[in-house]
Ligand binder design. Structure first.
Ligand SMILES: Nc1ncnc2c1ncn2[C@@H]1O[C@H](COP(=O)(O)OP(=O)(O)OP(=O)(O)O)[C@@H](O)[C@H]1O
Ligand SMILES: [Mg+2]
Length: 296
């Protein structure tokens, strides 16, 4: 039988779901279960989903619930060891050598390539911290294959070898969340190490509730109208569908303008909060009367 380990911060999936809500994050049962298992069984969680569905925010909120430090590694094309794991502080090394010139304190190569001159980057930091951190490896699909191979190594045993100073193994493995927008397929080997969960766009009811949580000043009726309008927009052939982030922004803008029920004209005037691509504007504007008018 598997020993139950993990977080004292919640006792069950329901309990975690409540905590997330208390932190103004609405997770469906699938996501709450994935988080519960990842934390309890100490497996990285690989989160996929379109832009703005709440992938990054999941890690932020989880860190708050656990009372842990959030350590974020933002991936990008060309990221490597020097940005993700460690680097040497060359200016300091240079100064140390300069300062020792003409004195009897000769600085050796070993002195220069020691902890004193090492610059810690997010992965090393997550492995060295004494209390459990939440490590967010954000938008891993933007990094290249080579970097994925590094990650795979680090995530398989939570240890890092720095040739000049030795191997560092995590005393307390971090909670790891990887996110991807699927701009590129991430290798199976990396996914195999992780629990995998796709965050879909929320359904109408859930999106209204997210709006109520995030924009409490909006009326229930406005929250409902915006959720419905966004759901309608998502059905259109857009190059970029609005995410939850856009839904929230749009409601905030409308609420600021004193809107309590969404009408086509107001929606048209404020559409820039939801649609961010010029080529999508025409399609969206044309469809608005149909999307908004449908409930009379
Ligand atoms: N389920 C949710 N409950 C509450 N707020 C949410 C939820 N999903 C998204 N949000 C809100 O939407 C915003 C955008 O979410 P987030 O940045 O996490 O999306 P993302 O999936 O990481 O997007 P991207 O792929 O563009 O990075 C968050 O700041 C949060 O306020
Ligand atoms: Mg994100």
């Amino acid at each position: 039988m598997t020993k139950r380990r993990g977080s004292a911060a919640w006792s069950s999936v329901d309990d975690l779901q409540r905590s997330l809500r208390d932190h103004r994050y609405l997770a469906d049962r699938g996501l709450a279960t994935a988080l519960h298992l990842a934390v309890s069984l100490e497996r990285p969680l690989f989160l996929e989903g379109e832009a703005g569905v709440g992938k990054t925010e999941t890690a932020n909120v989880l860190a708050s619930i656990l009372g842990s430090e959030l350590i974020r590694l933002q991936c990008y094309e060309g990221i490597g060891v020097a940005q993700a794991i460690y680097d040497w502080n060359y200016p300091r090394q240079f100064l140390a050598v300069r300062a020792s010139e003409g004195t009897e304190h000769h600085v050796s190569v070993d002195d220069l390539f020691s902890w004193e001159f090492l610059v810690e980057r997010p992965l090393l930091r997550a492995i060295r911290t004494e209390s459990r951190s939440v490590l967010l490896i954000d938008e891993v699909d933007r990094a290249d294959d080579e970097f994925e191979a590094f990650l795979l190594e680090v995530l398989s045993d939570f240890s890092i070898t720095i040739p000049e100073v030795g191997t560092i193994t995590a005393q307390v493995p971090p909670v790891v969340i990887l996110t991807s927008n699927r701009t590129r397929e991430v290798h199976d080997a990396l996914k195999r190490r992780c629990f995998y969960h796709v965050i879909p766009h929320p359904d109408l009811e859930m999106e209204s509730q997210i709006i109520r949580l995030r924009v409490p000043e909006a009326t229930a009726s406005l929250a409902h109208d915006v959720a419905r309008a966004v759901a309608g927009l998502r059905k259109l052939p857009l190059t970029k569908s609005p995410g939850v982030a856009e839904t929230i922004d749009w409601t905030r803008a409308l609420s600021f303008l004193g809107v309590t029920d969404l009408r086509t004209e107001t929606a048209r005037d404020t559409i820039g909060a939801a649609i961010k691509q010029e080529e999508d504007l025409g399609v969206a504007l044309e469809a608005l009367p149909r999307i908004i008018g449908a409930d009379g």
